[in-house]
Design a protein around this ligand. Structure first.
Ligand code: NAD
Ligand code: UD1
Length: 339
């Protein structure tokens, strides 16, 4: 079976994908600098998988460190989760975001070329679609100029992959556009553990649920949606992880640029999520209506038909399971990996 290098494999989506890869029979090497994760995740993975997963501590911007991995292991493909992802922070630190994300991805691709490894899967985002003209979004919906440096790094890396694939046609470039990943592994041993006050809805709800924050601020209830709050395509991280395995099976050693939306195809509002979370907790989650957040898109959900047709993959878990698994993770780990 193929050996897959997973930069960013200690993070939220990466750690869940490592489990899916190992369960599907792949050999995995995790590479991470822990800039947004903790070494504890490796122990948790060992507990879940019953074995140690090879790990190298390093930075994707450091060519020598990546070359050392390729010297040590025969790597068949790379799934790159390593990146900075806080939209607001990226506005304040654009150069750091271009350096970490774009320069990091470029360095990885250079080393891959040097070692004749031609399979690259990239964590892109629905943010490349900007404010959609219409929903659901298909892969051929227009990619717009991003409204943050973070989003622009995703667009830049997508273009870089496409341009390299023209110059080096042996590459299989898989660009996976995630919608809104939430939930956690059913064991409650791994999950999302953001630093500081969360920016995103689900980790915020989780921290309200365990009393770390007093209430949720719902950013605007006067949008042109059924209940006035914004609509998103929330997808369980375990489904998302399986989407990577399906993409790997379908695209490994198939040269070309392969672009897929990974979402459920269902749009839920902020208040739908609050209801599902309250159900998971068994009591009402406190929330207040607050002003709109600058830069929010009104509604964003996928047409996931292409992934179903070509990869044979579709999301299985519903909103209640997303809320229940997120809550289970946070309840068992009120302070995340710091316990
Ligand atoms: P995360 O922060 O939990 O995981 C990213 C991991 O990469 C962390 O473990 C971090 O320490 C590591 N990392 C960052 N920069 C690195 C570097 N230079 N060298 C080595 N390791 C580095 O984030 P996540 O939610 O798991 O997201 C993974 C990827 O998916 C990111 O690229 C993100 O932009 C993308 N994405 C995430 C979402 C989301 O909502 N979570 C949505 C769309 C796309
Ligand atoms: C955010 C990013 C987007 C990124 C995506 C994936 C912004 C402006 N956009 O998108 O670029 O690709 O995450 O991680 O940050 N909400 C509240 N209260 C909160 C938090 C969120 O009401 O405390 C609402 C938001 O207004 C939104 C929904 O919940 O309507 C989801 O928000 P969030 O989880 O931040 O995801 P996105 O807005 O989709």
């Amino acid at each position: 079976m193929a050996t897959i290098l997973v930069p960013g494999g200690a993070g939220f989506i990466g750690s869940h994908t490592v489990i899916a890869l190992v369960n599907a029979g792949y050999d995995v090497v995790i590479f991470d600098n822990f800039s947004n994760s903790k070494p504890t995740v490796l122990e948790r993975l060992k507990k879940i998988l019953g074995k140690n997963i090879p790990f190298v501590c390093g930075d994707i911007r450091n060519r020598e460190q990546i070359e050392n991995v390729f010297e040590q292991y025969k790597i068949d493909g790379v799934i790159n989760f390593a990146g900075l992802k806080a939209v607001g922070e990226s506005v304040k630190k654009p150069l750091e975001y271009y350096d970490n994300n774009v320069h990091g991805a470029r360095t990885l691709l250079q080393v891959m070329r040097e070692y004749q490894c031609h399979n690259f899967i990239f964590s892109s985002s629905a943010t490349v679609y900007g404010e959609p003209d219409s929903v659901p979004l298909t892969e051929s919906s227009p990619v717009k100029r991003a409204n943050s440096p973070y989003g622009q790094t995703k667009i830049d890396i997508e273009y870089m992959c496409q341009e390299l694939q023209i110059a080096a046609p042996e590459f299989s470039m898989v660009l996976l556009r995630y919608f809104n990943p939430v939930g956690a592994h059913e064991s409650g041993l791994i999950g999302e553990d953001p630093k500081g006050i969360p920016n995103n809805l689900m980790p915020y709800l989780c921290q309200v649920a365990v009393g770390r924050l007093p209430h949720l601020n719902v950013f605007g209830n006067d949008y042109p949606t059924p209940d006035g709050t914004c609509v998103r395509d929330y997808i369980h991280v375990v489904d998302l992880a399986e989407g990577h395995v399906a993409a790997l099976k379908h695209c490994l050693n198939v040269p070309g640029v392969h672009i897929y939306n990974l979402g459920t195809g269902i749009g839920y509002s902020v208040l739908d999520m609050v209801k599902a979370f309250s159900k998971a907790m068994g009591r009402e989650l406190p929330y207040k209506i607050a002003p709109r957040r600058a830069g929010d898109v009104v509604q964003c959900y996928a047409d996931p038909a292409l992934a179903k047709k070509e990869l044979g993959w579709s999301a299985k878990k519903n909103l209640d399971q997303m809320a229940a698994d997120s809550y289970n993770w946070q309840k068992n780990n009120p302070n995340g990996y710091d316990d």
